[in-house]
Design a protein around this ligand. Structure first.
Ligand code: F6P
Length: 536
């Protein structure tokens, strides 16, 4: 029997199913009434990141059953296997070592990870050299002008992580870093319109260096440079292009100069790659010391994840709360609600991290998984969402657990800090406790005015939003996703589901270009193709 079928058939799983369906399950209000200091008991803290999972219908018994799942899924052994570089990505036969990118451990100089350590170090040096040259105004383009703008061309993991971190932490003094991802040329054009060709550096960010969107946009950018600067392809690429990739040969074949290729490795998953050379826009945009601080913050979470007991382990407890909601309370979604404009891109970033990693229905032994896996991640920043979808969170019959992220100290001590925090705490309170007990509502007969409460949420408070706390926050969610994958016995590190759409699109594009191609895999498109062709 594989470990998943054991886990699913285990007494703990069955007990949790029973508890989850129990109509008398204690409400959040009752749990707080019985133990007013519950939030303090449950809260965990690391590196200025405070995690409070107390507003969930999880009592001590439920928590201990959830912790049993970790033991049964051998979570501790699997964590060690990941950190040691075992090939836990079994479908691609690869190690999963994004943690090595942020490790400062030098304790085992002749150990199995030593070669990796050296390569990571060499890469960081290469990134630092370019960063320092750029930020000190000594990087020049084909016409001798100083480069002051960077456009990162990449999609998915080659876009979302660096874009999130740069936008979260940039200051007014930092240089302009722009991000282009969509194959829709409106995306690239809008960035080119505001850029001076002579002063712009492009990063082609692609692990595979085969991604259609990225290669198409890179070619358009080369044509734009040649036209604007009146130079040939070779000169445009030589002075204005660098690549970040795990496929340096393809980057070379594309024309990128070998010394402008920043390599990473197949053991870095795309959605885990911001810690590698893919993080170059972060280093260029914020400075190398900030990039190092980001790595350090993530490493703090890694060390904690590896060593803290399960019940005190932030990623594990966050993961178990999610498992409870998804598998035993049957809440299929998860809202991500940062209360800072700077983390506006966090929901989108987490969509890839969570849904591309764990949105799977087949387990590691190719058997179907008999329950939900990754939650549907959606969300937006406060306070904006309060004026759009908060109504649904508070009163819809569909319950969506929420992760709130608040920041205690604003970098510039601005006076909106209190409003943001007050609104954040207000939403948490309203979701958990509703308004039935409010004096002003006593005797209220209209059901439409009643907010029932008992809606689950987690709260993450960051002392401040810094490179270090950002590193810890991202690593927290990375490891949470890993733990959930272990409990569901799925491989969180491949993404076979996305391939079919890519190959179908290639055929359909040729059909739209008037090629008469018969393709047995395309069965229902004839009417749409006809409609498009008639209208174009
Ligand atoms: O199509 C999905 C995906 O492979 C993601 O996993 C990845 O982050 C993205 O495309 C971009 O891939 P690449 O970095 O190879 O261009």
């Amino acid at each position: 029997m594989n470990s998943m079928s054991r886990l699913h058939a285990s007494n703990s799983w069955k007990d949790l199913e029973k508890l989850g369906k129990d109509e008398n399950l204690s409400t959040i209000e009752k749990l707080f009434h019985e133990e007013p200091t519950r939030a303090k008991r449950i809260a965990l803290e690391l590196n200025g990141l405070y995690l409070d999972c107390s507003r969930n219908q999880i009592d001590k018994k439920t928590q201990s059953l959830l912790l049993n799942l970790c033991d049964q899924a051998h979570v501790s052994d699997q964590i060690n296997a990941m950190f040691m570089g075992k090939k836990i990505n079994i479908s691609e036969y690869r190690a999963v070592l994004h943690t090595a990118l942020r490790s400062s451990d030098k304790s085992d100089p002749n150990g199995p990870l030593d070669e990796i350590r050296k390569s990571v170090h060499t890469n960081l040096e290469q990134m630092q050299r370019l960063t320092d040259t750029f930020r000190s105004g000594k990087l020049f383009g084909a016409t001798g002008e100083q480069i002051d703008t960077v456009i990162n061309i990449g999609i998915g993991g080659s876009d979302l992580g660096p874009k999130l971190v740069y936008n979260a932490l940039k200051t007014n003094e930092d240089p302009r870093i722009l991000f282009v991802s969509n194959i829709d040329d409106a995306d690239l054009n809008s960035k080119l319109q505001t850029s001076d060709a002579a002063r712009t550096l492009f990063i082609v960010a692609s692990k595979t260096f085969t991604t259609a969107e990225t290669i198409t946009n890179a070619n358009t950018a080369i044509a734009w440079l040649c036209k604007r600067l009146n130079v040939n392809d070779h000169s445009a690429i030589k002075h204005h292009f660098v690549a970040t990739t795990a496929n340096p040969n393809a980057a070379k074949a594309f024309g990128i100069q070998p010394n402008n290729i920043f390599k990473f490795w197949d053991w870095v998953g795309g959605r885990y790659s911001l810690w590698s050379a893919v993080g170059l826009p972060i280093a260029l945009g914020l400075g190398f010391h900030e990039f190092k601080a980001l790595l350090k913050g993530a490493e703090k979470m890694d060390l904690h994840f590896k060593s803290a007991p399960n019940h005190e382990n932030l990623p594990i407890m966050l993961a178990l709360t999610g498992v409870w909601h998804i598998n035993f309370r049957e809440y299929p979604a998860q809202a991500i609600l940062p209360y800072t404009e700077r983390l506006s891109l966090f929901p989108e970033y987490l969509q890839q991290l969570e849904m591309e990693s764990n949105g799977k229905m087949t387990d590691k032994s190719e058997k179907s998984v008999p329950h939900h896996t990754a939650p549907i991640i959606w969300g937006s920043r406060g306070t904006n969402f309060q004026h759009s979808f908060a109504q649904h969170l508070l009163q819809s019959p569909t319950i969506t657990p929420c992760d709130f992220i608040g920041v205690i100290k604003n970098r510039k001590n601005d006076n909106t800090r209190k409003s943001l925090l007050a609104n954040c705490l207000a939403q948490i309170e309203a979701l958990a406790f509703g308004n039935r007990n409010q004096k002003s509502l006593q005797g209220e007969k209209k059901a439409s005015r009643i907010i029932e409460g008992n809606r689950p949420s987690n709260v993450i408070l960051l002392d401040e939003l810094s490179a270090s706390s950002m590193g810890s926050l991202l690593a927290l969610y990375e490891h949470k996703v890993f733990v959930q994958g272990l409990i569901w016995n799925i491989n969180s590190f491949d993404q076979w589901g996305v391939e079919l759409g890519k190959s179908l699109a290639k055929v359909i594009e040729r059909q739209l270009g008037d090629e008469d191609i018969e393709n047995e895999s395309i069965t229902s498109n004839a009417n749409l193709l006809e409609k498009i062709k008639m209208s174009q």
